[in-house]
Design a binder for this molecule. Structure first.
Ligand code: URA
Ligand code: SF4
Length: 218
């Protein structure tokens, strides 16, 4: 059963000591959101706020992610959000290859439990990790931003979209525009093509089809 598989997975992550990041973390951050979501967002690693709260994307980058989700009519609670590694790297350094490898089976299981139609990789680390999980070569973000690739991991088949990490866009207004464009032009478009199985996404699609609202008279 989906929810009991998920509960097992979460308790394994919370107790995990498979890589050295377990020694410096405050709390592991498994992920959160709807297990029925057609979209899954994958970031790099928990930061300071995430490590303190045990929840993904709750700091400054998380606020921007929430805004981006809203901009395409998605509710945060209606999507599933996680990271490539579930524990915070010291000083927010990038996770190292052995850490990514040690943690990868959890991401594989999350993909198979949620079984999303679209996976959005946020940033280079998530992009590279997911491309390689799909047997694809990662070049760089510039190349990846021009494509949406088909991907299969275990039983999960989905379209993979890589874009910038929201944290990078916080310090670079140019990147923020490109990130907003990716949400509008790539993520929302693919979402409307694959159709919705969550209420949130159906709402979003309906809203997308509605006539522009006319102003009330009198
Ligand atoms: N950055 C990430 O990659 N993940 C988080 O959860 C928060 C910030
Ligand atoms: Fe385990 Fe992943 Fe945390 Fe490493 S980062 S201790 S593999 S949960």
């Amino acid at each position: 059963m989906k929810s009991s598989d998920y509960e097992t997975l979460v308790s394994e992550i919370l107790a995990c000591e498979k890589c050295p990041l377990s020694r410096s973390r405050t709390r592991a951050v498994p992920g959160e959101g709807s297990l029925d979501s057609i979209i899954m967002f994958v970031g790099e690693a928990p930061g300071k706020s995430e490590d303190e709260q045990g929840r993904p994307f709750v700091g400054a980058a998380g606020k921007l992610l929430n805004t981006l989700l809203e901009s395409i009519g998605l509710e945060r609670g209606g999507v599933y959000i996680t990271n490539v590694v579930k524990c915070r790297p010291p000083e927010n350094r990038e996770p190292e290859e052995p850490e990514v490898r040690a943690c990868n089976p959890y991401l594989v299981r999350q993909l198979n439990i949620v079984n999303p139609k679209i996976v959005v990789a946020l940033g280079r680390i998530a992009g590279k990790t997911l491309y390689e999980m799909c047997g694809l070569k990662w070049h760089n973000m510039r190349v990846a931003r021009r494509e949406v690739v088909k991907c299969r991991v275990g039983e999960a088949s989905f379209k993979l979209v890589a874009t910038y990490h929201p944290a990078a866009a916080l310090y670079n207004p140019g990147l923020r525009e490109e990130l907003e464009e990716d949400f509008r032009e790539r993520i929302a478009k693919v979402a409307s093509q694959v159709g919705g199985k969550t209420k949130t996404l159906e709402d979003f699609l309906l809203r997308g089809k509605k006539e522009p609202t006319t102003s009330q008279e009198g």
